[in-house]
Ligand binder design. Structure first.
Ligand code: ADP
Ligand code: MG
Length: 604
């Protein structure tokens, strides 16, 4: 048998590699702009025609290339940026693979002119589909100009696959923005079909953001700055009132490289949580500087993902920093209950012996108190009161007596001014607050509490798990087993432990402390259902769905009678939630009725 393995000719290898590096005109824009930045240019001009399908040209005033380097730059794995494998862990340049120019030249007509500062003459190279057409000396100014024409001319399938001009232009603008935002000290200009799209002079970060996104942006920006042992965070977030309906202006840079990271994005979003309405996304421009050794960027050339050594800590720091800045710039609201200084809380009463109120009617009047619990200044005979209240609430007195419970709650004097809590209709917890009355929906409120607890377990703390005495085998179909395998690690992070995952069943030997053994099957089934219905686009949102699903399954249901302690727990925990007013699914968890509204009903 003859040998059959052959080495691919360079131009074929280049074309294959090009498929990875160059997916669309925007990829070329990114590579050329990054090369110009690596060449230490201070002025970079981008010119495109027909969304880059006809021409992409980048002109820089950087350090240029010698004749030989210019020719070598089109060879695969030819780079001046790293020399040995260790350099990969200490990268300070955008490029390092030495693949971009070789790839681009394999699938387009490339024309390069370059001159180093000290050389008298520059060099001019023309390459088409990896074939050198000529190289000659020319007189040109310092720096490099690369023009890429007729992209994918020799790969018709690829060329036909390109989207409309407006979509390809959008991609180019996105790449351009990511790069210019990372380098405010460099001036950039951008022309499309001869008209100017951007003209950005060198400046600071705020000036750059404003130049890219418009003058009005300036007033929206809240500065962020934090230095810790493991990272520095700089940049801006936009005030919550300027949040967008679309996930548009969200920029993370790590060591000046644009990245996408769903987990860190969640950290930012959660810092905003209670400040944004449902469906709105915060705008941010955040610049993280971390030691080059602690990240792994040796990844796919066109991907923007990055791996961090200690993601959980980054999450916590980022979230705290943003919360802090939002608070500092006074954009975070106080708790929903408007404080009314003129109304005293019972807690304060205790400390103000000399100022016993002289009013005849007690606003904290509680019809259900027993004699022992009754406030000293309470002027009425409480026996009459249940009937009295039932007159206007329409609630059966007998029920109230059974269900109503009183909680002395000093912890909560901040939000709940009157420390008594009642449950009505096995559905709502009622309490008096400074401004009036609060009605808490027990099920929705508990969903919020559990959701935040799960999220915290997943993101910050280790999940609490209880070992089962006897491992439990649960049957699932193959599809579900596949899904369980995929989310196994996430399930682990909320407290589910698996002994085995077989073809048609799983064996569970640990469960979250919050659930009981009899609930396991139904909870996992519900979870799988929720994940299937809400296809997550990033690892974090899968965890988010999981937290929501578990919260929904485990929350105390309407119709459950709550004892004093349970009511107290819900009230206490709800109001330390980050976003107490909404359930994880965006439903209102409590309402307040202002004393004015009550007064109005009485025409007083
Ligand atoms: P990489 O950027 O990964 O090194 P490229 O294929 O993008 O690989 O570029 C190859 C080499 O060509 C670079 O390492 C650099 O030395 C040189 N080069 C490319 N573009 C420029 C430029 N605009 N100015 C100066 N040198 C450049
Ligand atoms: Mg490069």
């Amino acid at each position: 048998m003859p040998d059959i393995i052959q080495l691919l000719p360079d131009h074929v290898a280049n074309q294959i590699a090009a498929g990875e590096v160059v997916q669309r005109p925007a990829s070329v824009v990114k590579e050329l702009l990054e090369n110009a930045i690596d060449a230490e240019a201070t002025n970079i001009k981008l010119i495109i025609k027909e969304a880059g399908k006809i021409l992409i040209q980048v002109i820089d005033n950087g350090k240029g290339m010698s004749n030989t380097d210019a020719r070598l730059s089109f060879e695969r794995h030819a780079t001046s940026k790293i020399k040995k494998a260790e350099d990969l862990f200490n990268l300070h340049t955008k490029g390092f693979r030495g693949e971009a120019l070789a790839s681009i030249a394999a699938i387009a007509h490339v024309d390069l002119k370059s001159k180093q500062e000290k050389s008298e003459l520059g060099t001019h190279i023309k390459i088409e589909g990896s074939t050198l057409i000529f190289q000659e000396n020319i007189s040109t100014s310092k720096g490099t100009s690369v023009s890429v024409k007729n992209l994918f001319y020799n790969i018709p399938a690829r060329r036909n696959f390109l989207k409309s001009n407006s979509i390809e232009t959008r991609h180019i603008i996105n790449e351009f923005q990511r790069i210019v935002l990372a380098h405010p000290a460099i001036s950039f200009s951008f022309y499309h079909n001869q008209s100017e799209v951007y003209n950005l002079s060198a400046g600071n970060l705020r000036q750059r953001i404003v130049a890219v996104f418009g003058k009005k942006t300036n007033e929206k920006l809240v500065p962020i700055h934090e230095i810790t042992d493991i990272l520095e965070i700089k940049g801006f977030v936009a005030k919550p009132e300027f949040a967008k309906k679309k996930r548009g202006e969200q920029f993370f840079f790590v060591n000046n490289r644009f990245i996408k990271n769903a987990y860190l994005n969640h950290a930012v979003t959660s810092a905003f949580e209670s400040l944004l309405s449902n469906g709105y996304f915060p705008t941010y421009f955040l610049y993280l500087t971390v030691p080059t050794k602690s990240i792994d960027i040796n990844i796919h050339p066109t991907k923007t993902e990055i791996k961090f050594e200690d993601e959980k800590t980054l999450y916590a720091i980022l979230r705290a920093t943003i919360k802090h800045s939002l608070g500092q710039y006074n954009v975070a609201p106080v708790l929903d209950f408007r404080r009314d200084a003129s109304m005293d809380t019972p807690y304060e009463f205790k400390n103000k012996k000399s100022e016993t109120p002289k009013v005849a009617v007690n606003p904290d009047f509680n019809p259900f108190k027993s004699d022992k619990q009754k406030a000293i200044h309470f002027p009425y005979k409480q026996e009459k009161m249940p009937e009295w209240e039932s007159l206007y609430t329409g609630i059966n007195t007998k029920n109230i007596e059974v269900e109503a419970e009183i909680i002395e709650n000093s912890l909560f004097s901040d939000a709940i001014s009157n420390s008594k809590t009642y449950q009505i209709h096995k559905k709502y917890i009622i309490s008096s607050i400074k401004s009036g009355v609060v009605y808490i929906h027990q099920n929705l409120a508990h969903q919020r509490i559990l959701y935040e607890e799960f999220l915290e377990n997943i993101t910050v703390k280790e999940a609490m798990s209880q070992q089962l005495l006897f491992p439990l085998e649960i049957s699932f179909n193959k599809e579900d087993i596949k899904l369980i395998k995929e989310i196994k690690d996430d399930l682990k992070s909320v407290g589910f432990l698996f002994d085995k995952i077989l073809t048609n069943s799983i064996v569970v030997n640990g469960i979250p402390v919050t659930i009981t053994e009899s609930q396991i099957t139904i909870i996992i089934e519900q979870l799988l259902e929720d994940i299937k219905n809400d296809i997550p686009d990033a690892s974090f949102s899968q965890l988010d769905i999981m937290a929501k699903s578990l919260a929904k399954s485990l929350a105390i249901k309407t119709g459950t009678k709550l004892d004093l302690k349970e009511q107290e727990e819900i009230v206490n925990k709800l109001f330390v939630c980050k976003q107490p007013n909404l359930s994880p699914f965006g439903k209102t968890t409590f309402i307040t009725i202002n004393i004015d509204e009550i007064d109005k009903k009485f025409n007083t």
